[in-house]
Design a protein around this ligand. Sequence first.
Ligand SMILES: *[C@@H]1O[C@H](CO)[C@@H](O)[C@H](O)[C@H]1NC(C)=O
Ligand SMILES: *[C@@H]1O[C@H](CO)[C@@H](O)[C@H](O)[C@H]1NC(C)=O
Ligand SMILES: *[C@@H]1O[C@H](CO)[C@@H](O)[C@H](O)[C@H]1NC(C)=O
Ligand SMILES: *[C@@H]1O[C@H](CO)[C@@H](O)[C@H](O)[C@H]1NC(C)=O
Ligand SMILES: *[C@@H]1O[C@H](CO)[C@@H](O)[C@H](O)[C@H]1NC(C)=O
Ligand SMILES: *[C@@H]1O[C@H](CO)[C@@H](O)[C@H](O)[C@H]1NC(C)=O
Length: 345
Amino acid sequence: MIFPVLVLFSTLLCHIAIAGRTCPKPDDLPFAVVVPLKTFYEPGEQIVYSCKPGYVSRGGMRRFTCPLTGMWPINTLKCTRRVCPFAGILENGIVRYTSFEYPNTINFTCNPGFYLNGTSSSKCNEEGKWSPELPVCVPMACPPPPVPKSATLKAHKSLAGNTSLYGDTEVFECLPQHAMFGNDTITCTAHGNWTKLPECKEVKCPFPSRPDNGFVNYPAKQVLYYKDKATFGCHDTYTLDGPEEVECTKMGNWSALPSCKASCKISIKKATVLYQGMRVKIQDQFKDGMKHGDKVSFFCKNKEKKCSYTEEANCIDGTLEIPKCFKEHSSLAFWKTDAWDVKPC
Ligand SMILES: *[C@@H]1O[C@H](CO)[C@@H](O)[C@H](O)[C@H]1NC(C)=O
Ligand SMILES: *[C@@H]1O[C@H](CO)[C@@H](O)[C@H](O)[C@H]1NC(C)=O
Ligand SMILES: *[C@@H]1O[C@H](CO)[C@@H](O)[C@H](O)[C@H]1NC(C)=O
Ligand SMILES: *[C@@H]1O[C@H](CO)[C@@H](O)[C@H](O)[C@H]1NC(C)=O
Ligand SMILES: *[C@@H]1O[C@H](CO)[C@@H](O)[C@H](O)[C@H]1NC(C)=O
Ligand SMILES: *[C@@H]1O[C@H](CO)[C@@H](O)[C@H](O)[C@H]1NC(C)=O
């Protein structure tokens, strides 16, 4: 009976002899864990501090033994966030981020005309790697463009061989006798489709009719088509009102249909007038009549102020209306002064 009691007693004694004081629960360190974690430790017991996943310390973990004093040594462990590789630049896109540290997430967007191959966000993980992997911005591609009916491809501008990428253009041309409706240039859009295709339509024009007192020439063909030309002219003393050459337009009519206008006979025997900024004798300048469209300015008298002013007259298809203020003197009335010899008002 005595023996077990003795053993118990001696172990107790022995224990008291070597025991110092127990260590308390170790201090919390940010982003670190303690193993094993207890409320108190016997002197001689060991603990290990290490950083939580996603955090690292220089020099790795720290091992401590509870000393007889019951006071843990000063712990200099510092756990800092892991840093992922720099990811601030995305070609043809934008990265939104605050930092590249665990456990942050960064976001990606691509510029117009580019799409993300990959995910729109990535997280810096516990191992200090981007997860999922960083994406790339890929240009939108358009399928080969259809060629409109009665058209041909005139120019192809592409960066990448046979596939068309965002911003590439194609230019079409219509076959002869066809006119283009719409834009001749199509562009590969940011949506990966082409802008609206133009249309080529056959366009015919009626034969232009001969103007009175004139003539018209056009190609000797069964049918006149888009861009065919016709030329007009007038018999002598008649003047063409409009362009000499006209073209068959895409509307199926002629760009103009000029007519022939008669010249004006001068009903005055003698007068000095302004013609193209110069004083000329009307009877000399227009011996063969005035052409349609010609303009002259007649001199008139202001009786009260005894001075002269001018008034314009226009030859319109054979008619020249002489201004009412103009007075033609009889050649016998030699004592009268002509308006063109009076000082201007
Ligand atoms: C990334 O996008 C998410 C969801 O839209 C948003 O909550 C987060 O703030 C964005 N992060 C950054 C750094 O812009
Ligand atoms: C997208 O990325 C994957 C993986 O990097 C690659 O295999 C694939 O070819 C890419 N697709 C395009 C359209 O670039
Ligand atoms: C483009 O397409 C043509 C025929 O469709 C082919 O012969 C040529 O090899 C292609 N070129 C490239 C760069 O893919
Ligand atoms: C045709 O389209 C191109 C680009 O798609 C544009 O720059 C041009 O102004 C357009 N032309 C007309 C006449 O609309
Ligand atoms: C191209 O695709 C966009 C988006 O799907 C659509 O809104 C647009 O109308 C399309 N354009 C043409 C010319 O088909
Ligand atoms: C040609 O026809 C179009 C449409 O019918 C019209 O707007 C235009 O004025 C015509 N042009 C001429 C020179 O008659």
